[in-house]
Write a protein that binds this ligand. Sequence first.
Ligand SMILES: C[S@@+](CC[C@H](N)C(=O)[O-])C[C@H]1O[C@@H](n2cnc3c(N)ncnc32)[C@H](O)[C@@H]1O
Ligand code: SF4
Length: 296
Amino acid sequence: MIQLPYIEPVFRPPSEARSLILQVTNGCSWNQCTFCEMYTLPQKKFSLKPMDKIEDEIVKVARSGLPVRRVFLADGDAMTLSYRRLKEIMEVIRKHLPNIQRVSSYCLPRNLKNKTVDELATLREMGLNLFYVGCESGDDLVLDRVKKGENFASSLLALQKIKGAGARSSVMILNGMGGHKYSEQHARNSALLMNEAQPEYLATLVVSFPQGIDTYQAGFKGEFEPLDQQGLFQEMYCLLDTLKLEKTIFRSDHASNYLVLKGTLNRDKARLLDTVKQALNQPGTVPLRPEWMRGL
Ligand SMILES: C[S@@+](CC[C@H](N)C(=O)[O-])C[C@H]1O[C@@H](n2cnc3c(N)ncnc32)[C@H](O)[C@@H]1O
Ligand code: SF4
């Protein structure tokens, strides 16, 4: 077992459970989304890790002989690093861990503003080929209320750049994010964003407030009414119904979800819609994750 000097807490997508988590940055440079408390502790103030420290950690892992195949660049928006720095990191990874098959990172749309498709293609050729993009919604009003600092157009541009570079994107959309009032427009516009972007992966999570709802509510000027289970399923139905995807792996299995849904869209759309309809119309006949097993 090797110990890397992580600044805790460290978050990663569920699908990176077996990857080497390489903390090339600490925290999130934006850190303003009203639903996200992941990087709010004092020690998580945004900072870059010096290149020599990153290389020391990679060398340590290489010397351990562990069979590392995948690397996840942490924390919340490692893609804020410049193209030059990311290229340097990829060179060091390839030098010491030549058997790496995939390097991935969270990626805010604005992280790609100053990166060209050619630069992203170079990084992709070096192995950085998967980006987890927290679009959260395709609805501009909802995105504004939660202070995401992005909108439909900026999110689409980033997803198109990723595709143009031959890399893959895994998008996160938050079920329940607009509350009652904006549920339908949130679902519809999120689906329209996905239809235009055609991401390789799409995941939905249920928006949750482990440390209270006050900041979130302030962004909505007091008009946020959280969705109950039925409301969340109704919104999910609208999202799925509006999706027109060619070949996207869809997962709604994160621990925050009550109803687990998995499939490839649009191939499995009818089956997934049937499951949601059953959860809506025949409560108790579809297994749901109990409240005590839910988490972020
Ligand atoms: C660690 S964050 C990093 C994502 C990246 N910074 C971005 O914005 O694209 C990963 C994801 O966790 C999800 N998340 C964060 N806070 C959440 C909350 N309170 N409820 C549900 N999901 C949340 C969001 O989908 C977010 O994009
Ligand atoms: S959701 Fe992403 S961009 Fe927003 S504060 Fe959290 S880590 Fe930062």
